[in-house]
Design a protein around this ligand. Sequence first.
Ligand code: HGY
Ligand code: MN
Ligand code: MN
Length: 418
Amino acid sequence: MTTENDRTAKAGGASFHEMWRDLAPLGRHRDSGGYRRYAWTAADADCRAWFRQQAEARGLTYEVDRNGNQWAWLGDPLAGDAVVTGSHLDSVPDGGAFDGPLGVVSSFAALDELLARGARFARPLALVNFGDEEGARFGLACVGSRLTAGQLTVEQAHRLTDADGITLPRAMEAAGHDPDALGADPERLGRIGAFVELHVEQGRALDLSGDRVGLASAIWPHGRWRFDFRGEANHAGTTRLADRRDPMLSYAETVLAARREAELAGAVATFGKISVEPNGVNAIPSLVRGWLDSRAADQPTLDQVVDGVEKAARSYAEAHGIDLDVVRESFTPVVEFDHALRDELARILGADADLRVPVLGTGAGHDAGILSASIPTAMLFVRNPTGVSHSPAEFAAEDDCVAGVLALADALEGLACK
Ligand code: HGY
Ligand code: MN
Ligand code: MN
């Protein structure tokens, strides 16, 4: 293994910086500095074009699968037992630069590092960009990987609709992708022996432990529920308080109930998105839609939190004469990453005396979590000194990013090379 000090000068570090610089401006909002790389939009197309350019610049076999995920292959894509690495390029509204792209850029940089080392591959290697991981536009997380893994049916995918009423099929067609091709892809997954996703840590465990890189143990069960509070539109200035059926009140009380339920259960619950109709300053709303994101270390706790929030919401709605519908829009059960693969990576990375690699859980969902139901998957986390994510303030230090590239290169070398 190479020592830490000459590692950053290695090929992987050099190419990382160059790619990072080229990708950075794509989809970044000039005012917020955050990213708005939503599925099947122009910003998404720019990121996809970047991925294809990186693949072709390295002479990799580039393809887009039936679900719109991008693949770049070294070796025969049909040979089987491939080692795959990658992540996603889409973002949450005003997301940070690292969530997703760090894993994709690090995959190309790790390959550059391996080629510079003269690594000889015994298994096919693929780099992947999974489409629509954040679900920022259509509300469901990990659409590209869920479709591929058969965890989302074509009918369900075709019903996904954005805030402007544009369906997923129409958005895909407008972006030049055939929505009738969507569907499970067991043959493709059957040709993969291991998937390793590198991701910026969305928390401070590595900052607190003083480590650059970590290995994932598990992902908390988590989901998204839409609460529709229907009341009666009326004049904000002339309607007596006693005569109102104002859904905003029930919504507000439910938000506070969510925080109480989460605190009691040692879980998390967030109402981060709301839509109001007619959304006028001087109009009592007819409809308030709020989206709950809740996560917990285990399923019974998550159920307890969500049931508690829904129970509170129904009692408030009843007290104010409000109709309430609650719809689960996205759900991911607990993920235990493949123990054998995790331990194999710990052994490989443990050979580097300069690098301590703790094992840590996360409350953040990932494509590796979705795919773990079908193939052996693992995750590497790179230190995030503030833990902040899903924000323009998201950050990872340059030398930690390069340490992640080199750790990923070591992992891929250990898995795919002779
Ligand atoms: O929401 C999540 O945990 C992920 O960023 N999609
Ligand atoms: Mn994210
Ligand atoms: Mn992510």
